[in-house]
Design a protein around this ligand. Structure first.
Ligand code: DOR
Length: 429
């Protein structure tokens, strides 16, 4: 059989398992899997893994409003280079994604991007935490996940109402868990390191109290709740207990929270400032085991671009956030597989692809690689070792906290609905 694009010689990993087969793509679909295929174009995937495209549940694309940091186009290119075929944009733009008009604008700008751009919607108007946003008009445009990301919804009653409303609409609420009464005025994790540096710290409890409350409200309302960028051992223990008790909760963790500790803040370099903050080595261990045992469902980047002049400000003044899209896979192979957290490469791919696709309700991504599936695919060279260097990235920003780290695993090709948007590690558009 002759196909448009043949991916030959690779090991396919998807949710049905792992096998050595060739993959044939024609138009925007996988049309054949097996031997005896020939292609107009051939990707030699010998020694490589062929997987469903990755899905990022947590991307800050900054448009509208902060185009000097990132645009939908530049962020999508960084995503494609990182192996992502879909991203879910966060709503903390200017204006916030809290109305049908802004949802339309983001989706429209995303149409020509080298990645399938979806957006979340804000839970409250302007992410102000006071009044529910018109979730139903956003849901009609396809928004399936709502969050005030950047801040958590502080008001218990409003959060309860949001959950009741979400149950009716059949959408997912996601929470940035941070109790502002404990986090205001802080810039890192509260502990030995913050005491030594003389920087105001926020305790783990700032996150954990909101996780605890939202688990209680999920029980009360029956809502599905997704916990964003989980960073403390205590949060993960509560989510494990909630899941064991049958609650429909899910969770994600960011690469920086399974890679870096608060010790990295010791040079007062704001590249290491992030919300929730980098925590202790026992928290990092808890995030790694949470991913390994499935309590944490997904790896989500929290890709948060900021221009150099802002990140060069003093630690307590600089904005929080770090880049992630182009490094997540390699950080996961290096720190979750090679560092012995009991995860296999397939487990990592699950946490990057079909598990987040399912959480976000994205049916075109994360599907098993079989005839009829949308051709959203990633090819990975698992043996490539490289040193992270911020200068070559596609993001408009350079706030990469991993510079100089030696990592394993690189995305060589990304196929978006049948189109090769990344070839040999280079963006094609
Ligand atoms: O560090 C962070 N940066 N955490 C957030 O929740 C928001 C993000 C941003 O938008 O910069």
């Amino acid at each position: 059989m002759k196909v448009d694009l043949l991916i030959s010689g690779g090991t396919v990993i998807d949710e049905t398992g792992e096998r050595r087969v060739d993959v044939g793509v024609s138009g925007n679909q996988v049309v054949a899997v097996g031997d005896g295929l020939s292609g107009d174009r051939v990707i030699d995937a010998s020694g490589c893994l062929v997987t469903p495209g990755f899905v990022d549940l947590h991307t800050h694309l900054r448009q509208p409003g902060k185009e000097e940091a990132e645009t939908i186009e530049s962020g999508s290119r960084a995503a494609a280079l990182g192996g992502y075929t879909a991203v879910l944009a966060m709503p903390n733009t200017t204006p916030a994604v809290d109305s049908a008009a802004v949802v339309r604008e983001v989706l429209e700008l995303g149409r020509s991007a080298p990645c399938d751009v979806h957006t979340s919607g804000a839970i409250t108007v302007g992410r102000g935490g006071e009044q529910l946003a018109p979730m139903s008009e956003m849901a009609k445009l396809g928004v399936r996940l709502f969050t005030d990301d950047g801040t958590g919804v502080q008001d218990d009653r409003l959060m309860r109402r949001a959950m009741e409303y979400a149950v009716g609409l059949g959408v997912l609420l996601a929470q940035h868990c941070e109790v502002s009464a404990l986090s205001e005025g802080t810039c890192m994790h509260e502990g030995e390191v913050s005491a030594r540096l003389g920087l105001p710290g926020q305790p783990s409890e700032a996150e954990e109290l909101m996780v605890m409350r939202d688990i209680a409200l999920a029980r009360l309302t029956g809502a599905r709740v997704h916990f964003q960028h989980m960073s403390t051992a205590g949060s993960i223990a509560m989510i494990a207990a909630a899941k064991a008790g049958g609650l429909p909760v899910t969770a994600e963790a960011a690469p920086h929270h399974f890679t870096l500790t608060d010790e990295r803040c010791a040079g007062y370099d704001a590249t290491f400032k992030v919300h929730p903050p980098l925590r202790t080595s026992s928290d990092v261990e808890a995030v790694r085991s949470g991913l390994a045992d499935g309590v944490i469902d997904a790896i989500a980047t929290d890709h948060a671009p900021h221009p150099p002049e802002e990140k060069e400000m003093p630690f307590d003044k600089a904005p929080p956030g770090m880049l992630g899209l182009e490094y997540a896979l390699a950080l996961a192979f290096t720190n979750l597989v090679d560092a012995g957290s009991a995860m296999t490469e397939s487990d990592v791919i699950a946490a990057l692809s079909w598990k987040p696709a399912r959480i976000a309700g994205l049916v075109d991504h994360g599907q098993a690689i079989a005839p009829g599936a949308p051709a959203n695919l990633t090819v990975i060279d698992p043996s490539e070792r490289w040193t992270i260097d911020a200068s070559g990235g596609a993001s408009r920003s350079r706030n990469v906290p991993y510079v100089g780290m030696e990592v394993r695993g690189r995305v060589t090709d990304t196929i978006l609905f049948g189109e090769a948007v990344v070839t040999d590690g280079k963006a094609q558009r």
